[in-house]
Design a protein around this ligand. Sequence first.
Ligand SMILES: Nc1ncnc2c1ncn2[C@@H]1O[C@H](COP(=O)(O)OP(=O)(O)OP(=O)(O)O)[C@@H](O)[C@H]1O
Length: 663
Amino acid sequence: MGETMENVNEAPAASTQPFTAEVGRVLEIVINSLYKEREIFLRELISNASDACDKLRYEAIAEPSLLAGDAELKITIAPDAKAGTIAITDTGIGMDRQDLIDNLGTIARSGTARFLEAAGQAGKADLRLIGQFGVGFYAAFMVADKVSVTTRKAGTTTGHLWESDGKTGYTISPLETEVPRGTRIVLHLKEDAKEFLDSWKIRGIIRTYSDHIAVPILLEEQKESKEEPSETEKGPEQINEGSALWTRPRSEISEEQYREFYHHVAHSFDEPFARVHFTAEGTLAYTGLLFVPSQKPFDLYDPKRRHGVKLYVKRVFITDDLAELLPRYLRFVSGIVDSEDLQLNVSRETLQHGPVVTRMRKVLTKRVIDELGKKAALTASENAATPTEGEEKAEQTETVSYESWWTDFGAILKEGLYEDQENRKKLLELARFKSTHGSGLTTLEQYVQRMKEGQESIFYISGESAEALRTHPQLEEANAKGVEVLLMDDPVDEFWLGEVNEYEGKSFKSLTKGEADLSKVAESEPEKKEEEATPGEDLDRLVARLKLGLGEAVKDVRISKRLRDSAVCLVAEEHGLDMRLERLLKQHRELGALGGRILEINPRHDLVRRMAELAKDEARQAELDELGKLLLDQARIIEGEPIPDVGAFSRRMSTYLARGLAA
Ligand SMILES: Nc1ncnc2c1ncn2[C@@H]1O[C@H](COP(=O)(O)OP(=O)(O)OP(=O)(O)O)[C@@H](O)[C@H]1O
């Protein structure tokens, strides 16, 4: 009586807990999918051990007593052939009972559900997907059929043992005996994973994946049999260099070391697309090492996603939770910033909106954007097949072209176009667009070079898919005049286009808004049907009668300057919102109803000419009204807008089709 749950659970007997459903599924997928790459288990466990040392070093700034008994932070790897086990031990922060439950029994990562969905029914995923997700601690079960974690959290007295077979669940029990601070993970290797007992193999894996780790990684030699004590008592051998990678001279860091460091900080498996490594000197001295991924993280659009840049002060990890260090539109960037000037005990709250972070953010943002600019230029020069002499080209292995990188990340970078005025010009230069010029992507600079004589604006049209936009009636006039039109199919386009007025003095102009004025652009081929155009007064009559019939359904009816082959189209008012933006806002319930539309009719179209004839006969106004409504619905369909009364539309269409057949 009076006992809390915690006390009951603290009873010496091991308490068995099932894995959450998610852990079970993730474990199954990881174990099933990564047989060939399973040596990465060691990398993952060393990575966690290094993070645990970083955390302790940080906590000990405020509370030095946490280091009591053992101030040395290190990671030891100890294979034991006799027992068939390999142990990974760190002197880091350790875990208490609740940490064990929270960290090793559940998956807190955002996006787990999406990961499971992507892995699908087959329960298998490729390295790419798992890499993006990060396999973490559970990678241990790729090689072990039993994992025992003995751990004591710094500042506490009781150690705990966590054990699991990686299938059903795990047990946690408190330990009576004294446990050193930190975490010792013992893997009972599966029969087919005994190769990982071999010191040379272990050495090779550490050198490949974990050389950049700033904490020393020691390898304990296999214990010899008791009868033959080794002649010289050798201490464990340090395998890695053990200094922070970013402090080493750039010329001494290999591509592999950079790559593995990126994998460690970003929890990713892909090749970095770009990186910047620099030291800022002067009033504010710091080193930055930042990476841009080549593969789209699966949670890129998750509103909770943040950049992955960690702040260090004089090599001591401080926080990975400084949102202000980079703008949101660079949320795919990860890496480190290590300051020489900040106080070690600086609080995150002080930093968050303080001048130091603001200044760093400015520089980091500029560096990343400039590096992307170099990548873009590199691809452009490669496309043009001109050799780039003396360029830093060889420095980074090219895996993905800038265009294909843009296809994955461009929509995110475009958020910067309205958020970040300071870098707008550079971001506009980085931007790539689909256009009517061809099937590839174009820059704005190339667009401007191709502008026609008399063309003053950069024309665009926006909609849900570029392919559908290519056949849009509103392009007809532009196509006929050979005017290139950018096809905007990212939802974010609507937002930045509202903010960004011009590029190099050329305004952006929507072809679905207001009067698209292409009249100043010279005709490339003579208009053939001009002489067949309906006389002005007949058209005016038709317009007036259509307006009467359509009433409130449209804001206006007018003669189109942008149609060539289609009979009708819808446009927004000059100063209103673009139609697609309105639809987006309505979808997100930020707008009650769509604004008024303007129905444009093509004076050269056969149907319009016949209607103009019909309009002369007042007795047939009812018939004209019906036709007007049918045309309006047709224009709505082309534009992708809902038809208010589908039944009426269908009846009207059938009536006219039947008439057409009878004629
Ligand atoms: N050696 C360790 N010492 C202290 N805590 C640890 C240790 N290993 C794991 N943990 C804790 O368990 C958590 C889960 O580890 P896990 O490796 O599964 O995920 P992660 O490191 O957060 O991310 P990732 O999946 O990308 O590796 C860690 O965030 C950490 O809090």
